[in-house]
Design a protein around this ligand. Sequence first.
Ligand SMILES: [Zn+2]
Length: 125
Amino acid sequence: MQANRSRDTQPEILVRRLLHARGLRYRVDVRPVPSLRRRADIVFTRKHIAVFIDGCFWHGCPEHGTRQFKPNITYWTDKIARNVCRDLETVNHLQEEGWTVLRYWEHVRPEEVVASIEAEYRRRS
Ligand SMILES: [Zn+2]
């Protein structure tokens, strides 16, 4: 199983729809910089903002992280620990390239996520 987000999860779709309704235009599921192997969920290329909506389970949300998959808990926690490491590398890499990285847990209400993204977007106008 690929240890990363599946494309087009429900929270992501809602966030995109709301951003679009707010008049913000973005690219979806692209690499913000060529040197980064990962894609971001939502990218504002000219503003240099990359947004990640992190799945609670795969990215180790402190509230919902390891409650699922009680059997094989070590296996899953190792996998998740690696994901968390990779997430930090991603953030560092993008910040070194001058990007702003916005990360949200999938459990955060889409309206809150969008308000936060929009504030950063307007700040960079
Ligand atoms: Zn969560």
